[in-house]
Write a protein that binds this ligand. Structure first.
Ligand SMILES: *Cc1c(COP(=O)(O)O)cnc(C)c1O
Length: 403
């Protein structure tokens, strides 16, 4: 990573293709013998190169905007048949784009959205295949910002009201109900809530079948978590196997195709953000390590109080020190670690902020007029630049100079 940092500069996102494909293989192994399709959640890391990598293995995609659809289509037109479109605020423009592309399925989140979808489908004279995203009212232990499966959240339709909405939709010429979907949140590390949600979905699917609505697919959403802390061991294959077992047990052998929307689990641990130490400074009792990466590059610590392991790329001798690792952005919330015991770091050293492959670059911004980092994909012994570092010209380009 040293040589990559020298070659491409810092801050730099580095991803491992082998790690991503390895995770995809774990899903294949855990769901072996079960009719399923992995639809990678594009928002976790929307890099075209990563989409290409996964498309090459036949993966589908879970998108939440027209922009993400265009990303997928730019990788492969044919991939549209493996696209599920989620999101609580789809515009008619986005619906039209997805209808034209003939995507696999719309995950619809409200009765009002269904009405608009029927209108657009009629206008285009195309059938819209849809699933209702139901809200199973399952509590999942995670950060409140990324928990989505409770009645009080903005996502989905109350599972108790879903049957009626399906029955009404079934009368439309332009709507084809083909699935039921759920997504209960993100960074969920126990298999239990996934099983509970599937149990409720299975009940709904059976009810819909008695209503004459043939449900072909169940979309279990994403949300499978990882361990960000080095002190917890994490065996990803065991995790995904447990997850598969919990869901298939409660689905109870209903003959449906299972759609899975992992994001974080596939890409988080494939990536690191490499940064250089600009300064080490002391304020009172505290020592601050100021890096050239900031919260605009990786916002998870600031936004979710998320933990990321930080490792120096050069191991210096001497004891550890308790430090705050912070960025250059003018916000007190701009930190990667607080009161963290780390090996000695000096000006000019490189650090890797680990497990930054998911919700890192995709959540980055240009705050403080900071160009976004470059991204590199390592495949075997080859490292390729997959996104060049932004320039100030890239940032100023869209603006109108009134002067
Ligand atoms: C964000 C999201 C996902 C992916 O979540 P992860 O926690 O990254 O697996 C899947 N489906 C939907 C609908 C989402 O909003």
């Amino acid at each position: 990573m040293d040589s990559l940092a020298r070659k491409f500069g810092t801050p730099l996102y580095v991803y491992s293709a082998d790690e991503i494909l390895g995770r995809l293989d774990m899903f294949a192994a855990a769901f072996k013998g079960i009719d399923h399709l992995v639809c990678y959640s594009v928002k976790a890391n929307s890099s075209l190169a990563i989409l290409q990598l996964l498309n090459g293995r036949g993966a589908g995609f879970d998108i939440v905007s027209g922009g993400e659809l265009q990303r997928v289509l730019s990788v492969s037109r044919e991939a549209a048949e493996r696209v599920v479109f989620s999101g609580v605020g789809k515009t008619y423009v986005e619906m039209d784009l997805a209808l034209d592309a003939d995507i696999l399925i719309f995950n619809v989140e409200s009765a009002a959205e269904l009405t608009l979808l029927a209108e657009r489908a009629k206008k285009k004279r195309r059938l819209a295949r849809f699933a209702l995203r139901v809200n199973p009212d399952v509590f999942a232990e995670t950060h409140p910002y990324i928990s989505t499966g409770l009645r009080e959240h903005k996502f989905g339709i109350d599972i108790g009201a879903a049957r009626r909405v399906y029955r009404e939709a079934a009368t439309s010429r332009w709507l084809t109900p083909v699935g039921v979907s759920v997504h209960i949140g993100s960074q969920i590390r126990s298999a239990e809530p996934f099983g509970a949600a599937m149990g409720r979905v299975a009940k709904l699917v059976r009810e819909l079948r008695t209503d004459g609505i043939q449900i072909e697919s169940v979309d279990a959403g994403g949300g499978l978590g990882i361990e960000y802390r080095a002190e917890y061991s994490f065996r990803p294959l065991e995790k995904v196997t447990e997850y598969a077992a919990a869901m298939t047990a409660t689905l109870g052998g209903i003959p449906v195709r299972l759609l899975l929307e992992p994001g974080r689990f596939l890409v988080a641990q494939s990536g690191a953000l490499v940064a250089r130490v600009l300064y080490v400074k002391k304020n009172g009792k505290k020592t601050f390590v100021v890096t050239d990466a900031g919260m605009n590059d990786l916002i998870r610590p600031s936004l979710y109080q998320a933990h990321h392991e930080i490792v120096p790329l050069l191991r210096r001798t001497g004891g550890k020190r308790v430090v705050d690792v912070v960025g250059p952005v003018c916000e007190t919330g701009d930190f990667f670690a607080r009161d963290r015991e780390l090996p000695r770091l000096e000006q000019g050293d490189l650090v890797a902020i680990l497990d930054a492959g998911a919700y890192g670059m995709s959540l980055s911004s240009n705050y403080n007029t900071r160009p976004r980092p470059a991204e590199v994909l390592v495949e075997g012994r080859k490292a390729r630049l997959i996104r060049r570092r932004e320039t100030i010209q890239d940032l100023l380009g869209p603006e109108v100079n009134l002067g």
